[in-house]
Ligand binder design. Structure first.
Ligand code: HEC
Length: 119
């Protein structure tokens, strides 16, 4: 009987713990979710806008290729593309012999991710 009481006491304490913490945990989860929702389109738009402004003329609006080769389905990784854009490659033809002008490292990463997402 004594043991029963102790058990009841413990379970009641536990209940109290979860009841008081739950709103805080919920608030934290909602804040985290809100951050993701806000940040995601901003990141995607960035790469898309850079692609439209600086790449589409040569590689086609859908990455299907034009003056430059098709980029959709490229075997290069996003990191390789970003690297290629920020450093240039002497073995490649213009404009990629030199680093792309006006392209920050963040822009390069965003546009590389965008290129990898082209289908
Ligand atoms: C003035 C035209 C032009 C512009 C602007 C341009 N490219 Fe290119 N791109 C080319 C040409 C031409 C090649 C082929 C170079 C070669 O093979 O020597 C190429 C090659 C590439 C390759 C290598 C493809 C492969 O499979 O080897 C990638 C990746 C690439 N471009 C990405 C981009 C991105 C991203 C942008 C925008 C930031 C961009 N390019 C802007 C003309 C352009």
């Amino acid at each position: 009987m004594q043991g029963m009481r102790a058990l009841l006491f413990i379970s009641r304490k536990k209940e109290h713990f979860t009841m008081t913490r739950r709103p805080l945990i919920l608030l934290f989860a909602i804040t985290l979710l809100a951050c993701f929702i806000v940040a995601q389109p901003a990141l995607a738009a960035d790469g898309a806008a850079t692609y439209k402004a600086k790449c589409a003329a040569c590689h086609g609006p859908e990455g299907q290729g034009k003056v430059g080769p098709a980029l959709k389905g490229t075997s290069l990784s996003a990191d390789q593309i970003a690297d290629f854009l920020t450093k240039g490659d002497d073995a490649k033809k213009a404009p990629h012999k030199k680093p792309m002008s006006g392209l920050s490292a963040d822009d390069a990463k965003a546009v590389a991710d965008y290129v990898k997402g082209l289908k």
